[in-house]
Design a protein around this ligand. Structure first.
Ligand SMILES: N[C@@H](CCC(=O)N[C@@H](CS)C(=O)NCC(=O)O)C(=O)O
Length: 294
């Protein structure tokens, strides 16, 4: 039995991203399902996790429910003590827990003025005094963490639950072009090239749903992730591979990359790969394999 996770739309649901990273950035198995926010599906899907009212929500293998992202962080750290959700050093661990709690309870100006949107970058955003104050607080907390950190690009050196909680903030800094220090910018860049986050975003692109409530400030620009390899969906094979790189099943959906056609067993897995081929190690492995076999 594995944990079961219900999440909202990947392009927009910042709390879902946190919950999902608490599994995927730590290599933990999970059975996940996506619901659609602002639709009838949302209440219907959540009813199976009552009394949860929001996503993310997790059902544990024992049938328990974690109905909040902090419960997910603490629950997973207890269930998988070797996974490294909290830094090992006591001072860093204390700070990591505090940063997570403050993220969860605070930064209301930043969160309400800049809803997470991983589909596009907003062009003309002018931060209010309250948003600037939240950014100043971020700088204080992030440099406090870095002062306690071991080597590595993350808040406490190695990736911890604190990074999962601040990942959506990094996406807001990138997505609204918010003014931050050089060191905060390199921390944001670490998130933008983080494999699990790139995979999350590619799946959001493959879901291809635009929610108007997450309004974009014009002029909109492409979201500033590392530029993806130029893949495109194509209607037909034959493909270089016969088996889907993810499931091993026969291929039915195709993409073209560098003049070569590759196959997948469903449209979603093809489209998430089109969105960012390099984010998917299993796909890049078959490309490399065929290149050497050429
Ligand atoms: N405190 C919750 C917040 C979760 C939350 O607000 N999730 C949003 C999606 S990002 C949601 O489910 N909104 C739907 C609603 O409020 O009806 C947590 O940390 O998990």
């Amino acid at each position: 039995m594995t944990h079961e996770l219900l999440i909202g739309d990947r392009a927009y649901s910042s709390w879902s991203l946190r919950g999902w990273l608490l599994f995927h950035a730590f290599g933990l198995p999970v059975r996940e399902r996506t619901t659609r926010m602002y639709s009838d599906e949302f209440a219907r899907d959540l009813a199976g996790f009552a009394p949860a009212r929001t996503v993310p929500v997790v059902r544990t293998p024992e049938g328990g429910l974690w109905t909040d992202s902090i419960a997910i962080a603490e629950g997973l750290a207890e269930a998988f003590p070797e996974a490294g959700h909290w830094p090992a050093a006591p001072k860093a661990r204390a700070a990591a827990r505090s940063l997570v709690a403050e993220m969860h309870a605070g930064f209301t100006a930043l969160r309400s003025a800049c809803p997470m949107n991983l589909r596009v970058k907003s062009g003309g955003f002018v931060p209010s005094e309250a948003v600037l104050a939240d950014l100043a607080r971020l700088e204080t907390l992030w440099s406090h963490a870095r002062g306690l950190a071991e080597a590595g690009p993350w808040l406490f050196g190695a990736y911890s639950a604190a990074d999962a909680f601040y990942a959506p903030v990094a996406m807001r800094i990138a997505g609204y072009g918010l003014p931050v220090s050089e060191s905060a910018r390199s921390y944001v860049a670490a998130h933008l090239s983080h494999g699990p986050l790139r995979r999350w975003r590619a799946m959001g692109e493959a879901q291809d749903r635009t929610l108007d409530v997450y309004e974009v400030i014009a002029p909109a620009e492409p979201f500033p992730m590392p530029a993806p390899l130029p893949a495109r969906a194509v209607a037909e094979g034959p493909s270089r591979n016969e088996a889907c790189p993810y499931s091993g099943k026969p291929v039915t959906h195709f993409l073209e990359l560098d003049g070569q056609v590759w196959g997948f067993c469903n449209a979603f897995c093809r489209d998430k790969t089109v969105a960012d081929p390099e984010a998917w190690p299993a796909f890049m492995a078959i490309v490399a394999e065929h290149r050497t076999a050429r």
